[in-house]
Design a protein around this ligand. Sequence first.
Ligand code: NAP
Length: 309
Amino acid sequence: MNETVRKCVIIGSGPAGLTSAIYTARANMSPLVIAGLIPGGQLMLTTTVENFPGFPEGVDGPELMMKMREQSEKFGTEFVDEDVSSVDVSSYPYRVIVGDKEFLTYTIIIATGASAKWLDIPSEERFKGHGVSSCATCDGAFFKGKNVIVAGGGDVAMEDGIFLTKFANKVTVVHRRDRLRASKVLEERAFKNEKMNFIWNSVIDEILGDNKVRSVKLKNVLTGVVTEIPCDGVFIAIGHKPNTEIFHDKIDLDEKGYIKVHENVKTSREGIFACGDVTDPRYRQAITAAGSGCMAALMVEHYLEEKEL
Ligand code: NAP
């Protein structure tokens, strides 16, 4: 059977994947984006994005992603809104397997991003969807007039906390240290917000309730003292982990599972490039992801030219 070999398959549809799609499509490479069952990446879970250049009034995350997708489609990008099952790199061209479909390709751009981390305590699992959430913008409205806990001390915890004060009576941030990791601007906004308060040097030990959350047990990490405080919901905002499960043993990953890159976007395997949060434990911004998506696309173009493919 004479299978078509594609020039470029992009895995992931956040700012990195879609920027690489715009660039490769404009360069006539007819890219195929395997967008995932939940396309659009983490910006789909945010409200207003205030720091993406070009939008002085801010822009809604989902709207921004929709526009990037439209822009890539305008230049001929194809989409498959499913998850990649596996990638076969044992022969060249490479093979990207999506359910019962297979796509042969000369190059792959991996832009699978990162996902929210969980506390990994049994009661968290029990109450997921019943008062425990990792997405304030998705679930905040369910907590009108209630008391909620936010776990974490980074930018996302502050943004989530501030967002939740639109609905909740009281938002209590529980952080494992005595100072925040969040940027000063968000810290100041959070400290000024009268509905927000902070419990320092503490972690959630257990979430209690019957069919919904009623309280949390907090452990002070310095004294070991455990206290129970009533609440109706728990939002987990403790960072992210890279989505690289399907690439183990295929390309080099670092000890935390991020894809190792050299020259910004080259992976350990020829013809496979990576961009965005899946390579980046440090900056993790929509704009840096988009920038590295552009780099990956330019490298693909260069690679195909060099190989005369
Ligand atoms: P983050 O900056 O890594 O912060 C994670 C927070 O969770 C830290 O405070 C960390 O504590 C805490 N934490 C981690 N594991 C924990 C555990 N097992 N138990 C309890 N606490 C735990 O992650 P993020 O807030 O998700 O932000 C991700 C990136 O996006 C960052 O680079 C951030 O700057 C960026 N971001 C930027 C904006 C913006 O500019 N507007 C908005 C959102 C996100 P420690 O502090 O002790 O490590």
